[in-house]
Design a protein around this ligand. Structure first.
Ligand code: SIN
Length: 539
């Protein structure tokens, strides 16, 4: 048995029984923000992460952080809220959105005080524009390496008292007399252990592993959705899987596709078909800067009509493009494309889960002792389609608040949590390759009832019950449950809205206005309900 301190470097043995006040699952922007805040308030915090901390989704974020800092004439939090409501297709929770976006200035200032360096233009921070934003309000770092800088700064500022358990996968949230009692984990060598704690915060990021190509790294396998469902929490809006319009097209690629940031279009890059015709001509008056569900839908329609494997993004007119977008330039160089002179081959790839674990704006779920923040959660900020660059801001704001809220919640008299003994659970797990192929064919942009049903059948036919005693098995089981949730919610929503585009119901239906689909797990069966936009309003 090793001590938590021995694990901070991520090396060394790891079967141990330990106690903490808070276990944070995930080490991206939300998880690290929460861990720092909770530690600062005196809690003993353990961060559990599947790889090493810097390998999560945050570091791959390019565009930036959408935030109103008060130094751009005419821009206001109200205007940012209005753009978010428009992008979110009638499913955004206006009060939660005003609350989160209104806290953005303070959260960014706190991040800068921890050492994060953003690109400047003269005496103030530089801004860019992205799809769906009415003005240039997105701050960025390292040109197009914003996520990497945010992750670097948060890791560097992580209090030394925080224990990081690298190469550990969360298997299950332990329950103790009706509330959270800790987290069961398995390390990369297959050794099981339990961290006893009265509070668990899920910050596991996204669900990219559901699809063959995604902008997410390999760790994004819907683990938090599965942990939350199995602990009794609700998910909502999971049918709204956002596809980024412009991932780099690499023939035959399966897995993480390099992102080609939307900020390029904000600086003047233009989407064209292989014939040279503008992709967004006659599609939307906002053209290349329409919200990303609109642009991804338009590109998908072009690919279907022309049979081409990709469209082109012409960034040759963007001033100083190689210096301003070094990450994208390097990805293009790797496939032999000089973006300063040649158009970039792009096509949509899975990018972001707009829905997730239902929480309030402090990250509280409906399960006592369980919090969630960041992409894994659904605060109501994104609705049917997330506005570009709102996600890092949400992770910062809600992560920090969740850390503080856990400290407040634990301040009163406590039930002492007993360390539990790990038990090897079992769960249905599909073959990942079959699942990814099926989801990419039947549950991506442009779905229909027959395709969704066929996808369910294919996933089910490849499913067996497996022991949850390895990272692989835990991930496969999480993906299987998440796929079932997405398929069920997508099948029930008989309309097109935001990034849920159905070819058999191509229009928005007002009967679904303001209605979120909630998913819970009851006796191992997924149950759907309609959720009022307020937390806990399942009907
Ligand atoms: C991008 O840079 O295009 C992605 C930003 C985001 O997903 O918000």
């Amino acid at each position: 048995m090793s001590t938590p301190d021995a694990e901070r470097s991520g090396a060394g043995p790891s079967v141990w029984g330990a106690a903490a006040d808070l276990v944070v699952v995930g080490s991206g922007v939300a998880g690290l923000s929460a861990a720092s805040e909770a530690s600062r308030r005196g809690l003993r915090v353990v961060v559990v992460t599947k790889d090493v901390p810097a390998e999560g989704s945050t570091r791959w974020a390019q565009g930036g952080i959408a935030v109103v800092l008060g130094d751009i004439a005419g821009d206001t939090v109200d205007a940012h809220v209005a753009d978010t409501l428009t992008a979110g297709g009638g499913l955004v929770d206006a009060a939660a959105t005003a609350d989160i976006l209104g806290a953005g200035r303070d959260a960014v200032s706190d991040l800068r005080s921890r050492g994060a360096l953003f690109d400047a233009s003269g005496v103030r921070l530089a801004r860019t524009r992205e799809g769906g934003h009415g003005t240039t309000r997105v701050i960025h770092a390292g040109g197009d390496a914003t996520g990497a800088e945010v992750e670097r700064a948060l890791l560097a500022a992580l209090p030394g008292e925080v224990t990081v358990l690298a190469h550990h996968t969360a298997v299950a949230v332990c329950r103790d007399r009706g509330r959270v009692g800790g987290l069961e984990v398995v390390d990369d060598a297959g050794r099981l252990g339990v961290v006893a704690a009265p509070a668990v915060l899920l910050a596991t990021g996204g669900i990219g592993g559901l699809y063959e190509t995604t902008t997410n790294p390999a760790v994004a396998t819907a683990d938090g959705w599965s942990l939350a469902l199995r602990a009794g929490a609700a998910l909502a809006d999971v049918e709204f899987v956002q596809f980024h319009p412009t991932a780099l097209f690499v023939p035959g690629l399966v897995g993480r596709a390099p992102l080609v940031t939307e900020a390029l279009r904000g600086e003047g890059a233009h989407l064209v078909e292989l014939s040279g015709r503008g992709v967004m001509d006659d599609v939307d008056p906002r053209g290349d800067l329409a919200p990303r569900d609109v642009v991804a839908g338009a590109i998908t329609a072009v690919l279907a009509r022309t049979g081409a494997p990709h469209v082109l993004l012409d960034a040759s007119g963007v001033p100083d493009v190689r210096r301003r977008f070094p990450t994208v330039a390097a990805s293009c160089d790797a496939i032999g494309v000089d973006l300063a002179r040649e158009p970039i081959p792009v096509r949509p790839a899975q990018h972001y889960a707009c829905g997730g674990v239902v929480t309030d704006t402090t990250g509280r779920t409906g399960v006592p002792g369980l919090w969630a923040a960041g992409e894994v959660a659904r605060t109501g900020l994104h609705g049917a389609n997330r506005l570009a660059s709102n996600s890092l801001l949400e992770g910062l704001v809600v992560g920090r608040r969740a850390g503080a809220d856990v400290a407040t919640a634990l301040a009163g008299p406590r039930v002492v949590t007993e360390p539990a003994t790990p038990v090897v659970g079992k769960a249905p797990a599909a073959d990942r390759t079959v699942l990814q192929r099926a989801m990419s064919r039947g549950a991506a942009v442009g779905r229909d009832a027959a395709g969704l049903a066929a996808t369910s059948d294919l996933v089910e036919a490849s499913t067996v019950v497996r022991a949850l005693d390895t990272r692989d098995a835990v991930e496969d089981a999480a993906l299987t449950l998440a796929a079932a949730a997405v398929l069920a919610a997508a099948g029930s929503r008989t309309e097109s809205r935001g990034c849920h585009l159905r070819s058999d119901f191509p229009r928005r239906d007002d009967r679904w206005q303001g209605a979120s689909t909630a998913v819970t797990l009851v006796d191992d069966h997924l149950v759907l309900a309609t959720l009022d936009l307020a937390l806990g309003g399942a009907a």
